[in-house]
Ligand binder design. Structure first.
Ligand SMILES: NC(=O)c1ccc[n+]([C@@H]2O[C@H](COP(=O)([O-])OP(=O)(O)OC[C@H]3O[C@@H](n4cnc5c(N)ncnc54)[C@H](OP(=O)(O)O)[C@@H]3O)[C@@H](O)[C@H]2O)c1
Length: 289
């Protein structure tokens, strides 16, 4: 049993915290909106009033927060995690924030506090079932020490030194936005041709876009984009991807275009819906009605 703190109980953080509680760990939780901790407290977690309180005495602190800025505030701000974490404890950063934010955070942590990046591939269902892919950046020794804990959540893979897990996460996520936007444009084209949506979905489900089509078909057909992965988070990722690439002298024109489409969808009010709502935005934006 490990003494753990989990900070950030959004769509992804909640099932992660629940699995850690159910695996028998001693878990303290903190979330900005405290009510989101209620189901975890019912499962047996302790509720902390501040990140500092959550971190006090924890061997491992897990963060699942929205953006690099939010992570900075929760770790280094007033009553932040850094104030509560003791020597020998480890911060396991599971949000999608990119390698540059991870590298920037490491030297600002108190002496003796270790940082490991461990962002995940998979969404709410995979987090609930414990089948996430966990990309770990850190030393081989840190990876082996954390492996049993991370196996509660899915399949951990040691990618390389600090920041490389976050880099792998941006790499894999750089494919998600373009795939969803491609599906949206295919459907907009089919609309323009007047094709039957059911037939189009059947055909696309057997195409190179099969996984994306099958995964989102229910939402597309119902028009109800209940979030597993929010569109504002997908937009945040596309900004992280294009900025990280630009800093390294790499231009990604498709990623830039997708970033702008996601930004426009967010401005239209789709930010708190599933990121597949970009399809509704593209189909709407493509009509002359
Ligand atoms: N959902 C997925 O499928 C998925 C998959 C892989 C990676 N991720 C990544 O995991 C991270 C969390 O995603 P999510 O889907 O769980 O997002 P979410 O549901 O929007 O949750 C975001 C979390 O950040 C907290 N937060 C936001 N602004 C804050 C602030 N100013 N101060 C303190 N806390 C704040 C939220 O607190 P409140 O509850 O108070 O708003 C919540 O705990 C993101 O980096 C995302 O890209 C998500």
């Amino acid at each position: 049993m490990t003494k753990l703190a989990v900070c950030g109980l959004g769509l992804l953080g909640r099932p992660i915290a629940a699995r850690l509680v159910e695996a028998g760990h001693d878990v303290t939780v903190w979330n900005r909106t405290p009510e989101k901790a209620d189901p975890l407290v019912e499962l047996g977690a302790r509720r902390a009033e501040t990140p500092e309180e959550a971190a006090a005495g924890a061997e491992v602190v897990v963060t699942v927060l929205s953006t690099p800025e939010v992570l900075d505030r929760v770790v280094l701000g007033p009553q932040g995690l850094a104030a509560g974490m003791g020597r020998g404890s480890t911060l396991v950063e599971m949000s999608t924030i990119g390698p540059d934010a991870v590298q920037a955070l490491a030297p600002r942590l108190p002496e003796g506090v270790e940082l490991v990046d461990a962002p995940v591939l998979g969404s709410v269902p995979q987090a609930t079932e414990g089948t996430l892919k966990v990309f770990v950046g850190g030393s081989a020794e840190q990876f082996e020490r954390l492996r049993p804990l991370l196996e509660v959540l899915g399949t951990p893979r040691h990618i390389g030194p600090l920041g490389s897990g976050a880099a792998m996460k941006l790499t894999v996520n750089s494919t998600l936005g373009p795939l969803m936007a491609a599906l949206g444009e295919a459907l907009a084209l089919a609309d323009a041709f007047g094709l039957d949506q059911g037939a189009v979905m059947d055909v696309l489900a057997d195409s190179a876009l099969g996984v994306t089509t099958k995964g989102k078909r229910g939402r597309i057909e119902s028009g109800v984009f209940e979030p597993n992965f929010r569109l504002d988070m997908a937009h945040k990722d596309s900004v992280l991807i294009t900025e990280a690439a630009a800093r390294r002298g790499v231009d990604l024109p498709v990623a830039r275009a997708v970033r702008d489409v996601l930004a426009a969808a967010e401005r239209q009010g789709y930010g708190d819906q599933d990121y597949s709502a970009v399809i509704a935005h593209i189909r709407g934006a493509g009509t002359t009605r």
